[in-house]
Write a protein of this length. Sequence first.
Lengths: 474, 760
Amino acid sequence: MLSSSIEFLLNNELITINDANTNTTVLEYLRNYKNLKGTKEGCASGDCGACTAVIAEIKNNKLKYKSINTCITLLYSLHSKQLLTVEYIESKYLHPVQQSMIDNDGAQCGFCTPGFIMAMYAMHKNKIRPTESNINRYLSGNLCRCTGYRPIKESLKNLKKYKNLDSDTSKVFKKLKKIKLKDVALNNDGAKFYIHQNLKSFKKDFLKSNNPSLLVGGTDISLDITKKRSNLNEIFYLGLNKNLNYVKVRSNNIHIGAATPINDILGTLKKYYPTFYEMFERYGSEQIRNVASLGGNIGSASPIGDSLPVLISLDAMLVLDGLKSRKIEMSNYFVGYRQTKLRKNEFIKEIIIPLKSKNNIHKCYKISKRIDDDISSVFMAINAEIKNNTIKSIKIVCGGMAATPKIAKLTEKYLKNKKITYENISKAKLIISKEFSPLSDVRGSKNYRTKIVSNLLDRFWNEYNNKKVTVYDF
Amino acid sequence: MTSNTFIKNVEHESAIKHVTGRAIYTDDISEPRNLLHAAIGFSPVSKGIIERIDFSEVLNSDGVVDIITDRDIEGQNDVGPIFKGDKIFTSKKIEYHGQPIFAVIASSTKLARQALLKVKLKIKKQTPIITIEDAIKKKSFVLKSKTIKRGKSSSAIANSKHRLSGKLECGGQDHFYLEGQIAMTIPQEDNNFLIYSSTQHPSETQQIVAKVLNQKFNSINVKVRRIGGGFGGKETQSFLFAAISSIAAKKLNRPVKLRIDRDDDMIMTGKRHPFIFEYEVGFSDNGRINGLKILMASNCGISADLSGAINDRAIYHIDNAYFIPNLDLTSHRCKTNTVSSTAFRGFGGPQGMFCIENIIDHIAHHLKKEPANIRVQNFYKKNHNNITHYGMKIEDNIIEEIFNDLKKKSNYTMRKKEIEKFNSSNEILKKGISITPVKFGISFTTTHLNQAGALVHIYTDGSIHLNHGGIEMGQGLMTKLALVAANEFGLDIKDIKLSSTDTEKVANTSASAASATTDLNGGAVLNAIYNIKLELDEFIKKNYKTKKITYKNGKIICDNKILQFKEVISNAYLNRIKLYSSGFYKTPKINVNVKDLSGRPFLYFAYGAAVSEVIIDTLTGENKVLQVDIIHDVGKSINQRIDIGQIEGGFVQGLGWLTTEEISWNKDGNILSHSPSTYKIPTAAEIPEKFNVEIYKKGFNIEKVVNRSKAVGEPPFMLAISVFSAIKNAVTNKNQNSKIINLIAPATPENILKSINNEI
């Protein structure tokens, strides 16, 4: 039951396709193949949002809408979804988000505008309340260089003035339902693109492959195509694999399928680890969170992946699979710059996060030049069990301080079983400032990074004492 | 000039097209069938000698049609606008990271970009000059240094009760227009070429491409309907791409498109000039500046480009709104092995003002006095102390009114007290507030550029076609000019057809720059219409026997009857009346002595003021803008909605320059911040919820500018200096006892922390 082409809805048109290059991005497809030029290329790296379009997919028997960066989304990953572009949302009348943008002067040069419109359209479709913080969150992936954003935010705040002209989606629903969810194996001049529905069939092809590229959101790997200008020859798209897309809570553990989009795990995290949840509010952008996965963040093994220190601080385990399945502690997983203990023919199947006792204090600190959609200069996750003012156990894990996420072992050792006093914290500050030797780069100097890890212990102390000590509290 | 004034607050003329994705940018134009695509191979190092180039694998790469190098250039291998020095391709000497060496022409952009990576370059590396300090030490300059003097600053400083000195530094800025650089050249008959380019300067594109191809200017036609942002980054930096697509199109006799990848764009194109300053200032007890000595030096990169005029404008704005009786200023224009710095909104003005505003803050800190009062102390006055350091009398001074008005409206004094309270009970978080003024001179300081042309047609059905030399880059130029034309004919803006700016329609235009595009082209549009009306009105008077003629609501109101505009036009045609005309405008009154910069470089000034309140984390340097209040003078606005957009947008761009936007070079001179993942312009969250912007209600231009409006493109950019000053104020509030607060711009968290820890 293998299909050799994919099917998706481009706006209202059913597309069956298999003759495009397997490395084709959705943006290229729209502009060069379909002559839909409303969607723009601003950066080709998923950072500016000019190429934003919306995907509709059936989840729990309902249509769910997601904004995506088409510049880093590969065409064949659209299988079984509907892609909505700016050309679609205008019917006989302008859509409320369009009319509101006009009335509030949300466009100047207009180049970023279709991307904003689509990000706003997704918000509107998902009925997100246009509060200041929601707006900042949902627009964090869209850059505008002309307006200064005030009128764009205003457009969202004023949306309620406009009549909702939403069209009937039942037809779309039916059309999408008709697309059979079969495994797909495409082969174009030797370049392969696989889509598997379950683990078993994925493993069969994966174990045979020589140079597999595992694709979920493509937020990292697509840049190999758009920036490094290389060709990926064997792509395995995991976004439709039901055995890799789930989040479950079972016997004191959260189990997360490696390919589950971040936005799909936030509900669970909010319940059990609100700090982890809040961390994700400043992680990439809405377009990124809609598609990127924890498995991808861990798999790319970048030392600046914000989720890695958090997961290590929570004693997370990884389930690796391949010829056989094994478990490994995340703290042991990273061995060098983008090097891990993952073997050839192995993949990350699941992330297991143990649930902690109520006495644990968990903190995530992200320091970056810009509040939203920026990579950390320094990231710190602290997980401490404090009883009767004594630190029973503590984990301090830092990102941006070395070629891998780093545990502040000496500092942890010093603080363990100490009273939580400012004196002890001050000593710990000294220890942690000598524990790492970070690099100087575009995101911060060695000196700055060293100071920050030390000062963040101050922040921890203050927050422990219930003081508001970050600019984000204001 | 018209006596009519009007305010029609319509939306941007392309608003519907913007929100529906139907606005056409260069890359959206229907492609010719046999189009080829180019990509540029550039230097991976900042200085060296190319010893060998091997293209064999490039040529064998998929889809490749040809390779273009300097050998394919028939005319000049240079796209420098005023001065030579901006080579298209180098074949031997490498002078900066990102310098073009060749272009690959292929069947698609993707294949061209893939192919160029296969080049084998052998380069002998040399030691580059990267920093301003290094350039000064080695006397490496792109242009001669300039000195201007007023009075006797040495003795004025020596005789002052208080004396201070210090150093300042502000960084560059990438334009980050959302639409990257792009050009498409289509061969026409007789070796003529049609170029679609995302440029702020079609005429110079035409001239330069002609020189590169060794052809006459009249064989090149450049067309631009709109560009996706410019900000100065497409004033000269677009020429390279138009030149390369044209060289290829001529060689291969096929249309060629050259669209630049974002990262390559950020590597290959120039940015705002970084500056350093050293100052010595003498002042009185109440903070009045008696004498000032300044050494300013900018990093111009590898070539002169527009650096002369940019550094001149920095000199012209070193006073901002302040009377400086004795001044001694030297300006160095440093040459380094980095991409040539270029025009960017404000054009040196922001850097000049940055300097003086920091000096004022330094004075206030030293005297332990309210900085706002020191500012007012030093303001130019209306009837005395009103001559600038370059000898221009300020005749339209309204800075004190705006400043005081804003101070009151924003509750500055009360908020300052609240901030003190907050700070006294917060050890880690500190707030700061500042109010700063802006006075910005309007006109190109290169006098001859202050000219413009327009072309207006009335067709026989009464519909109007409007063309002029300005470029629509989001600033609303087309909307304003259509309003001007509609108003003159008493028509609706929808009756006015705006067409692409086109070198075949209006010749010898200036760049859309210096904020003056509406002033200049608006004047030309009006003059074109007057030329039409000269004959048309005569005809109406005679034919309809009327003395009075008023154009209104699609009608022409005469003494005793009301005529339909359309009917009159059709009748006029039948009576052989000329219904189209060009118009020309040149700015009056201005003159400059190019040697000492003295004279009247500006027709008038635009004014504004801003209050910013910030909070900083003294442990991490993280910061947030809490509130911004602005009053800005746009004269008598042609369109308030558009003007507000310019004020807010300019401010936020300035905010980026001074906070999050940091350009990083490594020690070898390679740029590290060449993508939006490493170079951070503001996002929606950087903008405070309390962002109050008001147009100065009594605004009026005493000069006869269209509608008595004022230029608004650049001046608001500098309102963002209030944010920097507020951050410095917050640092001061942490370090009350420090003698001097040093803060490098941009005020990134790291730079703020350094400032707090006195590490500068």
